[in-house]
Design a protein around this ligand. Structure first.
Ligand code: NCD
Length: 438
């Protein structure tokens, strides 16, 4: 399977791992303590910021970061003013802009847009938010904010509250927190949980487990009496589980998110979860930092701005320095080597699984087949290589034995990743020349 080149950009928080994060945040600390040493680090470089969705903090903090390093900036703040409005494909735009700039920062409404742009151009691409899928640089900002408070994530419990289903910051942060060793309390608003698959991938990648927990505040947030905690197995070794939920006594941080109405999210008036001064009196939240990627709505009221636990403006302030470190990692690898992020497979295009089932996938807009990548072994899943949606494979063929097996079978598990060929139906595999292997 072809792999995207190492550090060809930052597309997904799924590519972060502990060694990368440790080294990255050391660099951020260097930038914070000696900003003057980096003033000309990117002199002569051009950075393009292409924002096809509204943005205040993300675009301007990327641009401030570029200017602080001596780079020039060209920008698209409104896609309606570009050839994209005349129907130009994302891949054509990326090809063209890669000839004008040394690095592209791209925000797009479709899931997987950043990976597609990176495959179309020869320069690094940084995902500044793609649809509901990811916002990995916001995750680096969020993690930096918490690391500055705690130094380590060991033993810390972070709640993520609100629109998990459509919110890209929540999705990326969950990966980032798991890569950092924190426990994560998932608090989706009613009907706003994410689809299956994401948590399973996190559990198997980081050796985490899922445990139900309860607290009197939880029903008012999620509409259900219990919530799920994702936690490192090592952290809970020796504890006995009766199967039922146990009471959670304290949260170290709560990450609030707004309802993503532009992605079709709807909620009955007054039922969207948040905090207020009275709720903040609860012992669960006594030392709980309040984070929010902003913009906020009623879920984090201004009446809490003077609260000593409030951190959302710290996050916003850290945007430029974190993004300076990203630019240096990608454009000055000579001076700023970092451990490579885990490469994202570019995926295999050949399969009979049909189009990506996610209506917001970039492959549907671009009219291209959805390449698959494979994750896990037991169970093995096939995902769209651009938007990570599950592709509905039921059978899997082996390219070396030319036999086809049910996906969930011992024989299928034995097939090496490079020999896999997924199918929707057994007949389809037989037409393609695979014999039934049972
Ligand atoms: C977020 C985004 O655009 O995904 N904002 C940001 O980047 N600071 C969150 C949001 O819009 O709700």
């Amino acid at each position: 399977m072809e792999l995207l080149p190492v550090l060809d950009g930052i597309h997904s928080a799924e590519t972060f791992h502990p060694a990368f994060l440790d080294a990255f945040f050391e660099r951020v600390a260097q930038l914070e303590s000696h900003p003057e040493e980096f003033e000309d680090a990117l002199k002569g470089k051009v950075i393009a910021t292409v924002f096809e969705e509204p943005s205040t903090r993300t675009r301007l903090s990327f641009e401030a970061a570029a200017l602080r390093l001596g780079a020039g900036v060209i920008t698209v703040a409104d896609a309606g003013s570009t050839s994209r409005a005349k129907g130009e494909s994302l891949s054509d735009s990326a090809k063209v802009l890669g000839g004008y700039a040394d690095l592209l920062v791209w925000r797009h409404s479709k899931d997987g847009a950043s990976r597609l742009a990176a495959q179309s151009t020869g320069v690094p691409v940084v995902n500044a938010g793609d649809g509901r899928l990811g916002h990995p640089t916001q995750t680096l900002v969020d993690l930096h904010t918490m690391r500055k408070e705690w130094g380590t994530f060991e033993g810390k419990v972070v709640g993520i509250l609100g629109d998990l289903r459509h919110g890209r910051t929540a999705r990326s942060l969950t990966w980032g927190l798991a890569a950092s060793g924190a426990s994560i309390l998932l608090l989706p608003g009613p009907g706003l949980a994410w689809e299956g698959g994401l948590e399973e991938r996190i559990l198997s990648r980081f050796d985490y487990r899922r445990r139900p927990v309860s607290h009197a505040l939880i029903p008012g947030w999620t509409g259900s009496s219990e919530a799920w905690l994702l936690e490192p197995r090592s952290f809970i070794q020796g504890q006995l589980f009766q199967g039922g939920p146990s009471e959670i006594s304290s949260l170290d941080a709560l990450y609030l998110t707004r309802l993503q109405e532009e992605r079709g999210a709807r909620q009955e008036r007054g039922s969207y979860p948040g905090v207020n001064p009275a709720r903040m009196e609860d012992p669960l939240l006594s030392k709980c930092l309040l984070l929010h990627p902003l913009p906020r709505r009623g879920e984090l009221p201004e009446s809490l701005d003077g609260d000593p636990r409030m951190r959302c403006f710290n996050q916003a302030r850290f945007g430029p320095v974190v993004r300076q470190a990203i630019f240096l990692a990608l454009l000055r690898e000579d001076a700023w080597p970092l451990p490579a992020v885990t490469p994202m497979p570019a995926g295999e295009v050949e399969h009979g699984l049909g189009p990506c089932p996610n209506p917001n996938c970039i492959t549907l807009e671009e009219g291209i087949p959805s390449p698959w990548r494979v994750v896990g072994k037991r169970p093995r899943s096939f995902l769209c290589a651009f938007c990570d949606s599950s592709l509905p494979a039921e059978y899997v063929g082996c390219l070396s034995t030319r036999r086809v097996h049910p996906l969930h079978s011992a024989s299928a598990e034995k097939i090496r990743a490079e020999n896999l060929k997924p199918f929707l139906a057994r007949e389809q595999a037989e037409v393609a020349g695979f014999a039934w292997g049972g």
